[in-house]
Design a protein. Structure first.
Length: 115
């Protein structure tokens, strides 16, 4: 509750430019190697898979659906982060965020003790 915020503000590195191919490669490997994503889609598609009728076209449709949903999600997140990066800095509002979090945690502690 007595936080004065961060003593320094992080500097954005504008010198380090990433090419589109590097960004696409990094994004693909993050999505492809994420085990939570694989578990989610296995759980989602397991109800639609019939081993007797599974063929290349059904597999292609399912893989395309996964690719489309995941690509759309990451594009939305990247677009939101890109547009808000310059207007919203958590370092400037660190003291307020710390105070609000302190009040919330104290409230939770009181609730645990009293209940």
């Amino acid at each position: 509750l007595m936080s004065k915020g961060s003593p320094f503000a992080p500097k954005l590195q504008t010198d380090n430019k990433t090419t589109l191919i590097e960004a696409a490669r990094d994004g693909f490997s993050i999505a492809f190697l994420n085990p939570k994503l694989a578990i989610f889609f296995v759980a989602l598609f397991s109800q639609f898979i019939n081993p007797e009728t599974l063929d290349v076209s059904n597999g292609t449709i399912m893989a395309g659906t996964v690719l489309g949903i995941d690509t759309l999600w990451y594009c939305i997140v990247a677009g939101m982060v890109h547009h808000t990066r310059d207007r919203f800095s958590l370092a400037e509002k660190g003291a307020v965020i710390d105070k609000v979090a302190g009040v919330v945690f104290i409230g939770l502690a009181v609730r645990v003790v009293l209940l």
